[in-house]
Design a protein around this ligand. Structure first.
Ligand SMILES: [Zn+2]
Ligand SMILES: [Zn+2]
Length: 176
């Protein structure tokens, strides 16, 4: 999906984080390894148990934003997340294209993660509307996504969930 038109591709990290795992933080080290491109070169990815638990809390806060069902609710939940961020933006062309990073380059991995996720998510909501954050309608999925469709009508996190649900609806009709 093309997040570039959405002002900040940092929202991609927020969505990945929200979908990565639950309150038990066992998934956190693997998540950071898989997303190490997002952190400044040389950032130490190892976390204490306490820090890993904080990452799981951030994931829950991002999910809470996506699950909110009104603008005031989204605003309040975004502010909970932003309160944990330590923004110090700077321009960089480390990947060949000039863009903004939100956290100072020498921040620890936790500070970079929280700040990038909070700022990326906020940018999308503020610029494109809170309805752009969705929760997958497929039974048993619950993944969150950013809706980049023209009329904000997306219901599923992926094509897999969309076709799975179409098949399920078809079977349900056959049964009656
Ligand atoms: Zn970058
Ligand atoms: Zn889904």
């Amino acid at each position: 999906m093309d997040y570039d038109t959405y002002g900040s591709n940092a929202v991609e990290l927020a969505i990945d984080l929200a979908n990565a795992g639950d309150v038990d933080a066992a998934w956190v080290p693997a998540f950071l390894d898989a997303h190490d491109d997002w952190f400044t070169d040389g950032t130490v990815l190892e976390l204490t148990d306490e820090e890993a638990a904080q990452v799981a809390e951030i994931a829950a806060l991002v999910r809470a934003v996506a699950f909110a069902s009104s603008e005031p609710e989204v605003r309040d939940r975004l502010n909970d997340l932003l309160a944990l961020a330590t923004p110090r933006p700077y321009a960089t062309d480390h990947d060949g294209e000039l863009h903004l990073h939100y956290a100072r380059p020498d921040a620890g991995v936790l500070e970079q993660l929280i700040t990038t996720v909070a700022m990326g998510l906020s940018q999308v909501v503020v610029q494109h509307g809170w309805q752009r954050l969705g929760v997958c309608s497929a039974e048993g999925c619950g993944h969150v996504f950013v809706d980049t469709s023209r009329n904000a009508s997306r219901r599923y996190c992926s094509n897999t969930c969309a076709s799975r649900s179409t098949v399920a609806a078809y079977r349900a009709r056959q049964r009656v």
